[in-house]
Design a protein around this ligand. Structure first.
Ligand code: TYM
Length: 344
């Protein structure tokens, strides 16, 4: 690969309350990356409106995700915390990428297919085009790495396909303009750790998400201690005791999920959790997990509330983030326009 500045972009969409999957699969993993990369963390509100959002909820949700980044320990001075719709370069590059991506590629996106089911007709065009905008979020900063949960893997493959096709389609033009052989990097996903796919507490085969049918399926970051304990107590399990080795969790999706959540919260390998709890039943494990979850999430929720009490401070962080994001994105978009042949 050509020499690109190591840079991270990742985003979360404000389309419902933040949950444990967002926290363990994304937010918490962003924090240590600040030591090794220049990072941009976005609240991707333009993605949220691919399905209907109540305007007041959208606004509150946007501020809440920014609050979560800040509460988790993202440094908005050394790095960037921004809101997608405040940086119009995302939308402009998104359109250009909609003309690079092929209908066939987009039609294979499993998240889209799962979401619309057999009923594509009544969904928005934006929902179908969504992964092209996601590629623009990343490539408008020429980000080299994107930390995400497992569910975003296919979208990142598409991002690489779009970058590769752009580099290939305009190879002669890049040469002519002296812009090297690869204009966009082939971005690498960072999907690592025990909780890259946190599952529903009521069904170990379904992903934990904001749209699960039972409210007991999903732990929200702003849940209080009682709600967290109740949801873990009522989580689906099986009658067997926990195994002492990880392979004993195969074919036990609910047990595997709870052990992985414990491992992620405790920042320990799954093997270490099983060395401690192997042979014990859920009667012993669940209260330990509930205590650990409350202990870990309560300070985060408290810090988020403190930020939410000063919305002006969050808005100031986002305004500064938008300005610094544009300083990176604008020259990239100008180059893209020149490469394509737009008159400036
Ligand atoms: P979103 O908003 O659905 O989720 C935000 C992040 O949380 C992760 N995540 C999970 N991780 C583990 N277990 C789960 N159950 C779980 N649920 C969600 C997601 O993988 C994600 O990292 N398309 C993206 C937003 C986006 C984006 C981007 C991400 C837009 N542009 C550019 C990265 C780079 C999305 O809908 O994530």
């Amino acid at each position: 690969m050509a020499d690109f500045t190591p840079r991270i972009f990742s985003g979360i969409k404000p389309s419902g309350d933040l949950h444990l999957g967002n926290y363990l699969g994304a937010i918490r993993r962003f924090v240590p990356l600040q030591n090794d990369y220049a990072c941009i963390f976005g609240v991707v509100d333009m993605h949220a409106i691919t399905v209907w959002q109540d305007p007041a909820d959208l606004k509150r949700g946007t501020l809440e995700i920014a609050a979560a980044y800040l509460a988790a320990g993202i440094d908005p001075k050394k790095h960037i915390v921004m809101n997608q719709s405040q940086v119009h370069e995302h939308a402009e590059l998104g359109w250009i990428f909609s003309c690079i991506a092929r209908m066939g590629w987009m039609s294979r996106m499993t998240q889209y297919k799962d979401k619309v089911g057999k009923d594509a007709e009544k969904h928005s065009l934006g929902l179908f085009a969504y992964p092209a905008l996601m590629a623009a979020d990343i490539l408008v900063y020429k980000a080299t790495h994107v930390p995400v949960g497992e569910d975003q893997k296919q979208h990142l493959e598409l991002t690489r396909d779009i970058a590769g096709k752009f580099n290939h389609d305009f190879a002669a033009r890049l040469k002519e303009l002296g812009l090297g052989e690869e204009f966009f990097p082939l971005t690498e996903p960072i999907i690592a750790g025990p909780a890259t796919r946190v599952m529903s507490l009521k069904d170990g085969k379904r992903k934990m998400s904001k749209s699960e049918p039972s409210e007991l399926s999903t732990i929200y970051l702003m849940d209080d201690a009682d709600a967290i304990a109740k949801k873990i107590k009522k989580a689906k399990t099986d009658p067997e005791p926990l195994p002492s080795e990880a392979k004993g969790l195969d074919d036990r999706p609910e047990a595997k999920n709870l052990v992985e959540i414990y491992a992620a919260l405790a920042e320990k390998p799954v093997e270490a959790v099983l060395a401690e709890f192997g042979g014990q039943g859920f009667g012993a494990f669940k209260p330990a997990l509930a205590d650990l979850a409350v202990e870990t999430l309560a300070p985060m929720a408290g810090e988020m509330r403190r930020w939410m009490d000063d919305k002006g401070a969050i808005e100031a962080v986002l305004r500064d983030g938008a300005e610094r994001s544009r300083a990176i994105a604008e020259p990239v978009l100008q180059d893209v326009k020149r490469i394509i042949g737009f008159v400036s």
